[in-house]
Design a protein around this ligand. Structure first.
Ligand code: SF4
Ligand code: ZN
Ligand code: ZN
Length: 337
């Protein structure tokens, strides 16, 4: 099949258009979509310093490279979080470093082990030993948000770019809608906390309208170094996986469903702004970060994790996962110092 813009052979067909593009015109289409959302939602103002959260995966690496191209006059810095997951994040961070170097970008790496006193591997082990109901990603996500925001503040950033793509956003919309979490639903969108609350760096998502598969193809065609070998070994229990399967199935049966969910959500969003707790923040009584509760969720989790004390030994992700599947897990003794 030919490209719809020239006579070359198409390398990709996008069923929701439908669109058929050769490499050159796919890259043009993809970049233009990112430029459009950046302009329409007025992500950046003149002279702002931009921090980009870079995990080393395809999404953040594409966001980093494209924002560097689209906003050539802005100062850009990178932030990478090392959760401490052997054989996974260390490899992804190596890829992030290659991009920082190629683009000559200053960066900061934050390690959970240093900040919280435990790597994610230890946190997951403690979670399973204690039989806590939260899955690993709940802890990990709360800590990541806190430490990325803190790093962005320390680096003097005016905006924080994250690599959330269309699939991530559609899954989050469904997850919060189906579980009646309207407060969280109201906080979603391509730009977050733009009203400049002191202590929060406003977050923007240039890949908000870019489907995951297209992000991966774009990263490959552009030869951006990125980590794609395996998923996080602790991601299997995430609720998000259920919504991913559901939405992917709907998109396969009815192309354009994901775009439709995003459009409906953006039309609905202005009507969600009066939901209680929106914008009511106070300093956390433990760490001083802004929170809608007396103590921020990160501090609550941190004290629970520290309360378990030292682990007798550090297990590999595979051993931890085997333990999680074992029927004796909930009967394991509490480990305290
Ligand atoms: S999949 Fe979950 S545990 Fe793994 S890095 Fe992501 S949030 Fe953390
Ligand atoms: Zn073409
Ligand atoms: Zn706190």
């Amino acid at each position: 099949m030919d490209c719809q813009r020239c006579t070359k052979e198409a390398i990709i067909s996008l069923p929701y258009g439908p669109h058929h593009f050769c490499q050159e015109h796919f890259e043009y289409f993809f970049e233009k979509r990112v430029r459009n959302i950046t302009r329409i939602h007025e992500f950046f103002e003149e002279g702002e310093k931009i921090a980009i959260a870079v995990s080393g995966g395809k999404d953040s690496v594409v966001a980093l490279n494209l924002i560097r191209r689209i906003m050539p006059r802005h100062e850009i810095v990178g932030i990478s979080i090392d959760e401490g997951i052997d054989g996974y994040r260390n490899k992804a961070i190596d890829e992030a470093l290659k991009n920082y170097k190629a683009l000559d970008i200053d960066y900061k790496i934050i390690k959970y082990e240093k900040e919280i006193g435990n790597s994610m591997q230890e946190i997951v082990q403690k979670t399973h030993m204690q039989g806590w109901k939260e899955n690993s990603c709940t802890f990990c996500g709360v800590f990541r948000r806190k430490y990325i925001n803190q790093a962005a503040l320390e680096m003097g950033a005016d905006k924080l770019v994250t690599g959330h793509n269309l699939d991530d956003e559609v899954q989050s919309i469904c997850m919060n809608f189906f579980t009646d979490n309207l407060e969280r639903l109201a906080r979603l969108g391509p730009r977050i906390q733009m009203e400049r609350i002191p202590g929060f760096v406003p977050r923007v998502k240039p890949l908000y309208t870019s489907p995951e598969e297209e992000v991966e193809l774009f990263a490959q065609l552009k030869n951006y170094p990125h980590y794609n070998d395996r998923c996080c070994p602790f991601s299997h229990g995430a609720d998000r996986n259920i919504y991913r399967m559901m939405v992917d199935m709907m998109e396969a049966k009815k192309p354009g469903t994901k775009n439709g969910i995003i459009r409906s959500f953006l039309n609905l969003k202005p009507h969600l702004q009066n939901i209680p707790a929106q914008g009511k923040f106070q300093p956390c009584q433990v760490c001083g970060d802004l929170t809608s509760q007396a103590t921020c969720q990160a501090c609550v989790f941190e004290s629970r994790i520290k309360g378990v004390g030292k682990l007798p030994q550090l297990l590999s992700p595979e051993q931890i996962n085997a333990m999680a599947k074992s029927p004796q897990t909930s009967g394991l003794p509490m480990y305290t110092e």
